[in-house]
Design a binder for this molecule. Sequence first.
Ligand code: RIB
Ligand code: CA
Length: 312
Amino acid sequence: MYLLDCDTGVDDAVAILHLLGSGAPLAAVTVTFGNVSAAQAAENTLRVLHLAGRSDVPVAVGGESTLDGSPTRHSATLVHGANGLGGGALEPSPAALLDEAAPELIVRLAHEHAGELRIIATGGFTNLARALELDPAIAGLVREVTLMGGAALVPGNVTPSAEANIVADPLAAASVLGAGWPVVLVPLDVTMTHLIEHDDWQRLADAGGVAGSAAAVLDGYLDFYAGIIGRRCAAMHDALAVAIALGEIEPELAPRAHVEVDVTDGPGRGRTIADLRHRYRGYAPPVDSPVRVVLEARTPLVPSLVERILAF
Ligand code: RIB
Ligand code: CA
C-alpha cells in the first residue's frame, strides 16, 4: 500500500499520473509546501486526481510552516508557474480535502497498514517529520520511505549546495533521514539523468485528453529547462522516485550511506552530506545504515511514463 506526499508542482503532477497508471494501491495523497504553498499544492493535487478520474483518492494537506515553525523561504514559481501547474488550467475537482491534517493521516495509515505502508515523498519532508513527532513508533511500522531529494555528488538546484526538497525544510529532512526507517534517497545525481524531451511532449500534446492536459502543464517546465540544459526537455524527478518505489526501475548503484543534512544558516544550508567514502578502499561500507542513496538508474523512465500517460 502506497502513500504519496508531494508539493504538486509540475513533475509531482506527472508522478501522480505515473503512480495512478501503475495500478498500485494508493491509500492517500498528503500535500506540503515547496513548489507553491501547501494550499495551492493541495488544490493542484485534487485537480490532477480529478483529471485522471481518481477523485476517490483521499487528500490531506499539511501546514504552511517548517518544522521549527518558521515561514517557508522557498517557492519555485519560476520553475512550476504561479499556480504550480505551469499555468495549465485543470478542471476543478468535485472532491474536497480531508478535515484530517496530513501528519495525522500519515500516522493513522502507518498503523492501519502496519508493516505494509510504503511512503513516497516528492516535496519537502515537513509532513513526514511532523508525523514522526506525533508518533515516533511509525518508524518501525512503515515498510519503506522513498524520498526524492538531495544531491550527493552533484550541485544543488536551489543553491550550490541544496536541492529544493531538502532546503524547503532542512530540519525536517534531517529528522526523516535520521528516523531509522528504511529510506531510499533519490537525489539529483540520478533524477537529472531522466529527462522528458520535446518530442515526448509533442506526442502528449498531439494526443489531447489527459495526455494533452499533462502537456499543457509540462509546457512551461520544458521552457525553464531549456534555459539550463540548452534544449526543451525537463527532469522527471518525482516520477523517477515513483518508478523506483514501485520496483519498476532497479537502480544499478544505490549504496548504503550515512546521510546528514546541513541545517545551519550558512552557504551549505540544505546540503545532503552522504558519506560515500567506502567507494574507496579502506573504508568499511556502512552496513548499518538504513539509508540507500541512488546514484545510478539506467533503465529508461520516460518511454514507459509517456505510454502510461497516453493510456489514460
Ligand atoms: O528538486 C526537485 C524537486 O523539488 C522536485 O520534487 C520538484 O517537484 C520540487 O519539489
Ligand atoms: Ca515535488
